[in-house]
Design a binder for this molecule. Sequence first.
Ligand code: PRX
Length: 658
Amino acid sequence: MSTPVQEPKVYLPPQELVKSAHISGLEAYQRLVAEAQQDYTGYWARLAREFVTWQTPFTQVLNERDAPFFKWFEDGRLNVSYNCLDVNVERGLGDKTAIIFETDDGQVTRVTYRELLARTCQMANALRSRGIQKGDRVVIYMPMSVEGVVAMQACARIGATHSVVFGGFSAQSLRDRIQDAGAVAVITADEQLRGGKQLPLKAIVDEALSLGGCDTIRDVVVYRRTGGNVGFNAPRDKWLHELLDGQPDRCEPAWVEAEHPLFLLYTSGSTGKPKGVQHSSAGYLLHAALTTKWTFDLKPDDVFWCTADIGWVTGHTYIAYGPLANGGTQVMFEGVPTYPDAGRFWKMIQNHRVTIFYTAPTAIRSLIKAAEANPDVHPKRYDLTSLRILGSVGEPINPAAWEWYHANVGGGRCPIVDTFWQTETGGHMITPLPGATPLVPGSCTLPFPGIVADVVDETGKDVPWGQGGILVVKRPWPAMIRTIWGDPERYKKSYYPADFQGKYYLAGDGAIRDAKTGYFTITGRIDDVLNVSGHRMGTMEIESALVSHTELVAEAAVVGRPDDTTGEAICAFVVLKRPRPTGEEAKQIAKALRDWVGKEIGPIAKPKDIRFGDNLPKTRSGKIMRRLLRSIARGEAITQDTSTLENPAILEQLSQTN
Ligand code: PRX
């Protein structure tokens, strides 16, 4: 007798939403997909006219002559900040709340579109007064704050290319990014306040600049957030409020070409050096605006809340640009989900009557644990009836977490949009649309209309549904990465490799399509990139940080293993320049190395496990056998072929925990 196959549970979109949503019903979704199939460039051109206000309309849609360096809407001109702010004020939304900002300690301020425009103009004028102009790069190292968004919008207004660096990155990482971008200014704050703790951002900037190699920096602009003590290095350093003083609240936008780089955002790849993902102005703005509206079914009365930090791409597309381009109202939060207790998110949803909530599986999983341990912080204790749509981003959401989120946060009535995308893609790629797509927990369902995603084998041949393979995108799309800043060859090699004759965009993830429905499930990265709490980390990056401790470390290999809360955890196997330590000594050295990595890259890169060995498992030709290390890190029995291993005894040693 065969065991019955359990059919996955399907959640249909609520009837009311099917009627009222921007994309209402599966047929509406299919019509859009068909429209894009029949006339790909016509489809995108129609949306680019609908969603973007142009100073000079484009006549060319897609230029593929220099593939894979694609150009979209090439001869059009626009300004992204004008689209996010002025357009809304001109449409009569000047008094509408753009941002409801809540600080770490619970103070709330509301900023209207008119105020946001005025503040952006003042900041833009201040930047211009420092000689910053179109094409210059500006690094933003800021806490979650209205000023952070204003800084991004102000750069966009004058045509400066921003590069936001997440506040959790170390001085060394910040220096590397400033140097690679050749930035002329850094905008920062005295301190960042999260979970009641101060993090000295300005001091980290000082340290970064003292490491050398940042000669391009002329100005450091400091936003006073906490009033904490900071060192001041005149004439380089300036207080933001002093620079803003007397600046006019109007500023003529710089009209830039569609392809003008709006921002660089550094992310991890397979090799040691983070890559500066370069995004365009028009194509990026189009997808930010479009996906915010369709994926979240954003309506004029919604209160949208994306919990990401502006230092990540999610905070770019779904805080700084997408909601504003739609004239939406959004909540922005300075702090962390667990302070003062793990009911903070639920309390904020209740207080601000949030209708659309977008967060990461890691946050959900840690809040499940907290709610199970303490009923006072369980979402059921709060009035979450304002919610109508939930979202998930950054890593796979396991069905158990999905079901909990659906039942306890969404009260069983809110669709969950599990949005698959990447820093490089600019916005959502594979995602349900809440009024159209039946949901299956654990699946990001179907491509966004106009995105031609598929699963292929190593040679680029389609694999049948039901079989795993490599996730690719078969046609360029407007919001895609344009290049890696300063390294076009790496762009080509990473995303349009010769294996697929340079035809397909390689996402770096594996995927499988359901045999019946064609629904996508992401099976994880197929390269040496880890996803820890939704933060992307390169194993080589962490290895380089470890071996840069030249006094202690001879060799290191880093792999990931599954973790209940953070999705993946970082495991490092280290060979020291001294005999293998055990017991207390091993613990001490492991701590020292963790701190070292924290200092080199940032706390998010600290390995959870560190194991010491006399050696690493290697083939006779000297190659580290990482698949064996992966098994050891997971605590699995080694079933793989070890016949090519030079030193089989090492497996036994590494399998012992210190
Ligand atoms: O592995 C995929 C995972 O996160 C990677 C992209 O990371 P990053 O560029 O930092 O952007 C994160 C925010 C968009 C992807 O290659 N990932 C992202 N979203 C999902 C996901 N994995 C599964 N399901 C998702 N919804």
